[in-house]
Design a protein around this ligand. Structure first.
Ligand code: RRO
Length: 621
């Protein structure tokens, strides 16, 4: 089972208080029924960026329950109503910030952008012999939500199930009437206002001491300390457990690399595509459950749940003819590509299946930047939402050149568009080794040089120094005839001087802007919100800076420019084209809307078709 590709609008059916939380349901006429543990990325259609341009990114919410529905829609121009079958998606939510606060305000009839269902699911207990202890579901606070659907699914399969729920205090309690009406629930509260006075894990510990515990399976969702305690208890008792985890995420489908969770033995998992359900192990959570529902029925079947069919996506189709463009000898069907590091086509293919390839958003695909050796990336927290944007410090997690050539290149070559591979290194010899290796590969149509890195010999950031940048190009230019695109950093006073230098060194094109150096303080801790202390700012907030830099560079060089920085709509892309860009790259908007590239290309085509004066296709003076 795959998710429909792109985001779709769903109407709010119901919205009301439920215990200390808020309950709302959406009517989804475009997606399949989710599996227990799966989640959706949600953003309201209106007033999302309502307060100081936040919330900006969609929010990940696990589905609490689901049911088949029938709703009626007015058929335009006919005055008649049509019955539409769909899926009701129930969510339980707590307002803890601008995004969840806005979702708590939802009114019936409002529209919400929905991307999903995403991620993997809980798996049924392995031990189902008569007399087996069955499933123990344990939830803390708002973490009770995904357990409700799991509980109902187990009930339909006659899996014996016990439910343990814990709450901090009365204000963070309840929500059960809607979700667990079908079964007996044992409660605990830290303050003793309901049920056992103490932790919900006390109840679990008592059960795991029972004779039948060895044949049990535990399923947990809640705050990290509770999940740690559950994993420790289960490890000690030799009982398998599955943990539904949370991590800040911008996209939900493997593109942003923000939702990193450390894995035993080093490195990180991407919770959105490796989870959100992980198996609890003695050294920490492990991602060896069934993979996220993959393209085709086999992936869903291996998760142990029945597959449901996915209707084809029907939105965002091109209105006009695409504006074809020649870029360094590559014939591209439209001028919209992705910014490196903002779309993982391999992960997206697992999430969205064939629909991604049928409606590929970009006219060329730019890979995530690869380095000579593998890198695990930076420690979390890696992303931070800002007004109309976000800061990232992902730290280049990648398989290294050899891993990329061995594992990824053949898959990326299957994409229906030319492939541009982005590379970064800290020494000329290493850059040269990468270019030489890529130069011989027919799958590679072009190479982007990410020069926002220091030269190990001089200690200087190559992209900030015209002489360094030119020297690098002079080394690399003779090694390949493929187009070399230098990705410029905006973090300097005169980016045009670097653009001129790379042109002199033999670059075929420049792309700009990479992200702007930025930081933000977490009000809860008084410390930087990003673990690395600072990162790169992207999103609409940076667009005016990007436009100024593209204009300055366009005035200084004659090679083509790939313009980027906060492109979220066709009008934004046309602004870059007017500033002198030949291609436009979409970055952060991919996180909010996986289909954004295709939408923006359609909007450009529509605008150009209506542009009888030709003003839009002429660079501005
Ligand atoms: O991986 C990153 O943190 C990263 C890179 Br390499 C880059 O070029 N730009 C960015 O915003 N993040």
């Amino acid at each position: 089972m795959t998710a429909p590709f792109g985001r779709r609008l769903c109407k709010v059916g119901e919205s009301r208080d439920s215990g200390g939380y808020r309950f709302f349901s959406l009517i989804d006429t475009g997606g399949p029924e989710p599996l227990p543990g799966q989640f959706y990325m949600l953003a309201t259609e209106s007033h999302w960026e309502q307060s100081a341009q936040r919330p900006f990114l969609p929010r990940a919410l696990s589905v609490a329950d689901t049911a088949q529905t029938l709703s009626s829609r007015l058929v335009p121009d006919s005055g008649t109503k049509r019955e539409l079958s769909g899926v009701r998606l129930d969510f339980l939510i707590e307002g803890i910030g601008p995004g969840t606060d806005r979702l708590c305000e939802l009114e019936p009839g409002e529209s919400v952008w929905v991307n999903g269902p995403l991620g993997n699911s809980f798996s049924p207990p392995r031990e189902l012999s008569p007399g087996a202890a069955g499933a123990i579901l344990i939830g803390g606070g708002i973490g009770i939500a995904p357990l409700a659907l799991l509980r109902r699914t187990f009930a339909t399969r006659n899996v014996p199930t016990r439910v343990l729920l814990g709450f901090r205090d009365r204000a963070h309690s309840g929500g059960l009437d809607d979700l667990f009406s079908c079964c007996e629930v044992r409660l605990a509260s830290d303050d003793g206002h309901i049920g056992h006075h103490g932790y919900v894990t006390d109840l679990l510990a008592a059960i795991l001491e029972g004779d039948d515990a060895a044949s049990a399976a535990v399923y947990a969702c809640g705050p990290p300390p509770m999940l740690d305690a559950v994993a420790a208890l289960c490890t000690a008792a030799g009982v398998p457990c599955e943990l539904a985890m949370e991590s800040p995420m911008a996209c939900g489908y493997g593109a942003c690399f923000g939702c990193a969770v450390p894995k035993p033995g080093g490195g990180y998992l991407r919770l959105c595509v490796d989870g959100p359900v992980l198996r609890g192990g003695p050294a920490g959570p492990v991602a060896d459950l069934a993979p996220p529902p993959a393209a085709g029925v086999a992936g869903a079947a291996s998760s142990g749940w029945s597959p449901k069919s996915t209707p084809p996506p029907g939105n965002h189709e091109s209105k006009g003819r695409d504006a074809e463009v020649d870029f360094c000898g590559l014939e591209l069907v439209h001028p919209v590509v992705n910014a490196s590091g903002t779309f993982d086509a391999i992960a997206a293919c697992r999430v969205y299946g064939e629909a991604l390839l049928d409606s590929f958003p970009f006219s060329a695909f730019v890979s995530k930047t690869i380095t000579p050796q593998p890198r695990t990336g930076n420690e979390p927290q890696r992303i931070w939402e800002t007004p109309a944007g976000m800061i990232n410090s992902i730290g280049l997690p990648n398989k290294g050149l050899d891993g990329f050539l061995r594992e990824d290149l053949s898959q990326l070559a299957e994409l229906p568009v030319p492939l541009i591979v982005s590379v970064m290194a800290t020494a000329h010899e290493e850059f040269a080794r990468m270019i030489s290796a890529l130069a011989t590969r027919d799958e590679v149509a072009g190479i982007e040089l990410n020069v926002s890195c220091p030269n190990v010999h001089s200690g200087l950031i190559v992209g900030e120094q015209p002489a360094e940048a030119e020297a690098l190009l002079e080394v690399l230019r003779p090694l390949t005839e493929k187009p070399l695109i230098a990705k410029l950093t905006p973090n300097l006073a005169d980016p045009a001087a670097v653009a001129v230098a790379v042109e002199q060194g033999g670059a075929d094109a420049v792309s700009l802007i990479n992200t702007l150096k930025a930081s933000a303080i977490d009000p809860a801790t008084g410390e930087p919100g990003i673990a690395a202390g600072h990162g790169g700012l992207s999103g609409p907030a940076v667009r005016p800076v990007a436009i100024a830099q593209v204009r300055a560079v366009a005035a200084a060089v004659s090679i083509p420019i790939v313009g980027m920085g906060g492109v979220a709509a066709g009008a934004d892309a046309l602004e870059f084209i007017a500033a002198g860009a030949t291609l436009v790259a979409v970055g952060t908007e991919n996180f909010r809307d996986p289909h954004a590239g295709r939408r923006i290309a359609s909007e450009i085509a529509g605008a150009l078709e209506n542009d009888r004066s030709g003003a839009l296709s002429r660079p501005a003076a």
